[in-house]
Design a protein around this ligand. Structure first.
Ligand SMILES: [Zn+2]
Length: 313
């Protein structure tokens, strides 16, 4: 499996006491590096995404607005989204990691078919014209656009972050080439993600929102995955799977009320991979989104990573 992480991500600082802080990645890396298999992961060399690449999914105005804040050395966008001096560079590197991962897994002679990207700032709330919800650029949406530009005809985005990925959903609401499927606590931030939001025009039926009640457990999630998610994923036959992998549906997460166990993330990784591999050939890129209880986040990412790695040998 390919793997990407960079210390530049630690430099993005949205403010004292902010839940989306560098300690998240420090905790994840501390645990991953102690795994016996960590040395088997193959590093990616990644570049900062340039404007033309970010514009695959975002407006020039958004890039210019963030550049203006960056020139001032940082500043706020809304009550919970802000930039420090290195935030824009970190956001460009996070987007660039997705692009590089696409390039690598699309190569027929590639050693591996999977990539794990441990990124900050994450992306799934970022809209075409608006940074929000802690997030600046939508890393997974930029990658999905890049896949389509590279000749892929159908890619699925599975978003199991506890929050609905409103930015990603919006980007592909009228597309029948990207299936956006999300399990999320509902109602909750950001307010979108009702079951009735199913896409529009050509994209009707290519958005699958699976709202989950607060206090849902592994059992509820497993039933939803088996009876609703997997049948649609199999029907869609994606050529590549992109994961918006947030881990804030864990029972110990402070920002939401879902009660998943650490082991759930191994289970969902495995059953989803088993379902889509006949179509994807195993091509999966996992993008880190949320997850705010550091120890649980580190444990969940490790379960997820171990499973992906084991399935990419
Ligand atoms: Zn989240």
């Amino acid at each position: 499996m390919y793997f990407f992480y960079d210390d530049l991500f630690l430099e993005h600082n949205p403010g004292a006491g902010h839940p989306e802080n560098a300690g998240r990645l420090v905790a994840i890396m501390g645990r991953l590096q102690s795994q016996s298999w960590f040395g088997q992961l193959r590093g990616l060399s990644v570049r900062l995404a340039v404007d033309s690449e970010i514009k695959l999914n975002h407006s020039s105005q958004l890039i210019q607005a963030l550049e203006q804040i960056n020139k001032r050395g940082g500043g706020g966008i809304d009550s919970d989204t802000s930039l420090s001096a290195e935030s824009l560079a970190a956001a460009r590197l996070a987007a660039g990691a997705g692009l590089e991962a696409c390039d690598r897994i699309l190569q027929p002679q590639s050693d591996f078919r999977k990539a794990l990207l441990l990124l900050r700032p994450p992306g799934h709330h970022a809209r075409y014209d608006q940074a929000m919800g802690f997030y600046l650029f939508n890393n997974v949406a930029i990658a999905a656009r890049y896949l389509l530009q590279s000749g892929i005809e159908r890619a699925a985005i599975l978003d199991w972050d506890v929050h609905h990925g409103n930015g990603t959903a919006e980007s592909f609401y009228e597309s029948d080439q990207i299936l956006y499927a999300s399990l999320h606590q509902y109602p909750a931030y950001p307010g979108t993600g009702a079951e009735s939001e199913r896409g529009r025009g050509q994209g009707l039926g290519f958005t699958l929102n699976i709202p989950m009640d607060a206090w849902s457990t592994d059992q509820h999630y497993k039933q939803a995955v088996l009876t609703r998610l997997l049948p649609r994923l199999i029907e869609f036959q994606p050529q590549v799977l992109l994961l918006s992998a947030g881990f804030d549906a864990h029972s110990r997460d402070p920002l939401a009320d879902i009660q998943l166990s650490t082991g759930f993330y191994e289970w969902v990784t495995r059953v989803v991979e088993e379902a889509v591999t006949p179509f994807t050939g195993g091509r999966t890129i996992s993008f880190l989104e949320g997850g705010y209880h550091h120890q649980s986040l580190a444990e969940c990412v490790t379960e997820h990573a171990a499973c992906l790695h084991a399935m990419d040998k």
